[in-house]
Design a protein around this ligand. Structure first.
Ligand code: ZN
Length: 421
């Protein structure tokens, strides 16, 4: 029997695959040294030095896992003031609450059973379980935990661990369902997490994860979904291997549209359970597309470089014509995109965010573009603006038009295009 590779990663540069432990890591794309994408700066912090870390995509030659090769300390990435909040994106709210409903119905979780969400953010997903009559518990490391509590969702503010799982079983009992929809690819201590989830779940209980899906990342040249929080870029082959190490069976999986294309995986506690036809078809499709081998990225890198040059060229021309283009939306991925493309306040004077955003008044890490209330966008009606939440471009643009925005909108990926008014 071969030894189980460690899934609790060291900090700093990685020499070995995060799942299978192979040393055969192949370089794919170097995005340069970048600051953590959600560490927006206050005005006072602009006077201090700023720390950057290598941001490189590599692929394991043994198991196919696409991953980054540098681990930043989690308390730096997920600092207490981490500004991400699921409850402010209406489509995400509907989606997350629908997720809870599907899990309860598919796996027959009875009323009164316990559901736990790891990385529960403001409790949006757990509210879906509450509506189905389950008991819920959130685990959330950042201060957003307080928002969830204020809305009646019991939440422990902590990083999830096997130790915490043992404490939860003592106080709350075992769970019928555990979810990790926003954080699974972000976790550096995955071994600790999977041992903990296994302990938390009752026999036959289900662990549901969602992660960006490598197939979508490649197909739409989404280099901007690469950032330090996001350690792994999953396909099914490495996931099957990972869950197998911890005696879970992946029984089903489906592709879902979130975050520009994700995969939701249903893993049941206990080895050797049958796979759904849908899962078998997805595994076959991955083999067909060759995404777990080197050929997967042959077209990706040229597309990424072309998208970068097209955006730079257009923004320079607009600036020279006296029409610098502000950004619309400031998701984490905007930091990767703007830092990689070297877009600063000369080319992009500000980024407009909705009035409820926790990022207002702060500055984009690395490039120091101010994040302002979107009211300014409507008042100034710039000739052009760049859709930084391009993965939700259609619904956002429709809403901005309804509200009277007349600017031409530049959508930077997968291939740069301009949506006329
Ligand atoms: Zn590997």
């Amino acid at each position: 029997m071969t030894a189980l590779p460690t899934h609790d990663l060291p900090l700093g540069h990685l020499e070995r695959c995060q799942i299978c432990g192979s040393g055969a890591l192949r370089p794919i794309l170097d995005l340069g040294h970048q600051p953590p994408c959600d560490s927006l700066l206050t005005r006072a912090q602009l006077d201090a030095p700023e720390t950057v870390y290598p941001l490189r995509l590599v692929q394991c030659g043994a198991c196919g896992l696409a991953q980054i090769d540098h681990v930043v300390r989690p308390d730096i990435l997920f600092h207490p003031d981490y500004p991400y909040r699921s409850g402010i994106t209406p489509s995400l709210v509907r989606y997350l609450q629908g997720t809870a409903s599907v899990i309860v119905d598919t796996f027959g979780c009875p009323r009164g059973a316990l559901a736990i969400d790891i990385g529960s953010n403001d409790g949006t997903l757990l509210k879906g379980f509450l509506a189905k009559g389950l008991r819920v518990l959130g685990v959330e490391a950042t201060n957003i935990a307080a928002l969830a509590r204020a809305e009646g969702v019991e939440t422990i503010q902590a990083f999830f661990s096997e130790k915490l799982a043992r404490a939860i079983v003592t106080t709350h009992g075992r769970a019928a369902a555990v979810t990790s929809t926003n954080m699974f690819a972000h976790i550096p201590n995955l071994g600790d997490l999977l041992r903990g989830v296994s302990h938390l779940l009752e026999e036959g209980g289900v662990f549901v994860t969602e992660s960006h899906y490598l197939l979508d990342l490649i197909a739409t040249a989404q280099y901007d979904s690469i950032y330090h929080e996001h350690l792994k870029y999953y396909s099914l082959a490495p996931l099957l291997r990972l869950f197998g190490y911890y005696d879970f069976s992946i029984v089903d999986a489906e592709r879902i549209p979130n975050y520009g294309g994700s995969i939701r995986v249903y893993a049941v506690k206990g080895a050797g359970r049958p796979r759904s036809a849908r899962l078998a078809a997805l595994i076959a499709a991955e083999e067909e597309a060759g995404i777990n081998g080197p050929e997967a990225f042959a077209r990706f890198v040229p597309l990424v470089e072309a998208a970068k040059l097209a955006l730079q060229k257009l923004l320079v021309e607009l600036k020279q014509a006296g029409m610098p283009a502000p950004g619309i939306g400031c998701p984490g991925r905007a930091s990767t995109l703007l830092n990689y493309c070297n877009i600063d306040p000369v080319l992009m004077p500000y980024i407009a965010e909705q009035s409820s955003s926790l990022k207002l008044g702060l500055y984009l890490p690395g490039k120091h573009i101010p994040v302002v209330d979107e009211k300014r966008l409507f008042e100034e009606q710039p000739e052009y603006a760049v859709m930084l939440s391009w993965h939700y471009a259609e619904p956002i643009i429709a809403k901005l038009r309804q509200r009277g925005l007349r600017s031409k909108i530049i959508v930077p990926l997968p291939r740069l295009r301009i949506v006329e008014r």
